[in-house]
Design a protein around this ligand. Structure first.
Ligand SMILES: *Cc1c(COP(=O)(O)O)cnc(C)c1O
Length: 395
């Protein structure tokens, strides 16, 4: 029979030949430091559940209560009949937490980024974007049809030169950066970016997906980390990583949020969160403010693990946060290393092109607050043993 999608199968076959095909791993327990995946107990170094909130009893209880009270679903998009009291309560809570005028919550961080960039830019505008920015920022820009100018990773001088060249061109300029870069775990040079944006009258946007709940006081993010409150126009955060649930948000001036209420397409055309999601997120912010020791644990574990990895001879690149890549180079080798680790009881994902550049494939590890020292030591032992066997570390 005629199959017009046959070319997809051929492409998949070529990935299998190259060793870059990745079967989905099946998580059979809650997301925890040790979980069962594909029938095997493994140490989990692959989740973004930085603070261990994903299965926290208070978040679960909040979800159950909200479901009982308000139902399983919200019934409509936000701009029609899907704005529930609990959605507004969460937005006020986040705005207070982030010390900004207002906040809008989206269904995901992806929707927050793509929906916001697409809404505020037009074809005559420009986005100046770090080459390692998240796909959702890029997608937003493509949807807006604004012109994309990519600068080398964290090269603020290059970003400044691009903006200077754009100074006498029409259109608005958006300077966009991730707060913490998701593949390398390094932190954006925010003070320099603030200065450049101000010098050239550009809008400054930061995507704090991996910094929310991780950097800054009580996890307030990169702006707080650098003490730059009031100097970043658009702060995006996620509720899906350290917060442990699902969603994304945009924080800033009231006019930005009002505008997005009227123009951001995921807000207008996609149903709002179930009440349970908003309730769990509210519970998570309570915990962030009440239990700062979770974030301390996260950073203590991170320092301990990273130092030990480096002492063992692993190349960890420029990481400064709980995301620590182990650089391998070849994509096939990175995926093979990841598979071998899994066989020995450790789950860390292999990442290759197109998620990272050709030749910069890696196994990415993510530390959390809830990994015990004993578990971290076991993880280090497995990593070193398997790396020696795979030729990633010298024998
Ligand atoms: C994960 C991530 C997102 C998307 O967030 P979700 O809430 O998972 O949709 C956006 N930006 C960056 C940098 C991310 O790492």
């Amino acid at each position: 029979m005629h199959n017009p999608l046959e070319y997809l199968g051929r492409q998949i076959e070529s990935w299998k030949q190259a060793g870059t095909y990745q079967a989905l791993r099946e998580l059979q327990t809650a997301c925890q430091p040790v979980c069962r995946i594909d029938g095997r107990e493994v140490i989990n170094l692959a989740s973004n559940n930085y603070l261990g909130l994903a299965d926290h009893p208070q978040l679960i209880e909040a979800a159950v209560q909200a479901t009982r009270r308000y139902g399983a679903g919200s019934g409509a998009v936000r701009s029609i009949a899907g704005t529930m009291s609990i959605h507004l309560e969460l937005e006020r809570r986040i705005a207070d937490f982030k010390r900004v005028e207002a906040c809008v919550v989206f269904q995901s961080g992806f929707a927050a980024n793509s929906g916001t960039v697409a809404a505020i830019l037009s074809p005559e505008d420009h986005i100046v974007s770090d080459e390692l920015n998240h796909a959702s920022i890029i997608d937003g820009c493509r949807l807006s049809k604004a012109k994309i100018h990519v600068f080398p990773h964290k090269d603020t001088a290059a970003a400044g030169r691009i903006l200077e060249e754009l100074d006498n061109q029409p259109g608005r300029k958006l300077l966009a950066t991730d707060g913490v870069f998701s593949m390398d775990g390094d932190i954006a040079p925010l003070p320099a970016l603030v200065e450049i944006a101000q010098r050239h009258g550009a809008i400054l946007m930061i995507d704090d997906a991996h910094a929310s709940g991780v950097l800054g006081r009580n996890g307030r993010g990169t702006v707080d980390h650098f003490g730059l409150h009031g100097q970043v126009d658009i702060q995006v955060g996620t509720l899906s990583k350290a917060i442990g649930v699902l969603g994304g948000y945009v924080c800033g001036r009231r006019e930005l949020i009002e505008y997005l209420y009227h123009r951001a397409r995921p807000f207008l055309f996609s149903t709002s969160h179930p009440p349970a999601v908003a309730a769990s997120c509210l519970a998570a912010f309570d915990i962030l403010e009440r239990e700062p020791e979770r974030i301390e644990n996260l950073w203590n574990n991170t320092r301990y693990f990273k130092t030990a990895l480096q002492a063992a001879g692993f190349r960890t690149g420029s990481s400064e946060t709980p995301i620590t890549p182990i650089l391998v180079g070849d994509a096939g080798a990175a995926h093979a290393f990841s598979r071998a680790l899994f066989e020995e009881g450790l789950f860390a994902t292999g990442i290759g092109y197109p998620t990272v550049a050709q030749g910069k494939a890696r196994v990415r590890t993510i530390m959390t607050a809830t990994h015990s020292r004993d578990l971290i030591d076991r993880a280090l032992e497995i990593l070193s043993r398997v790396a020696r066997k795979s030729g990633i570390l010298a024998e």
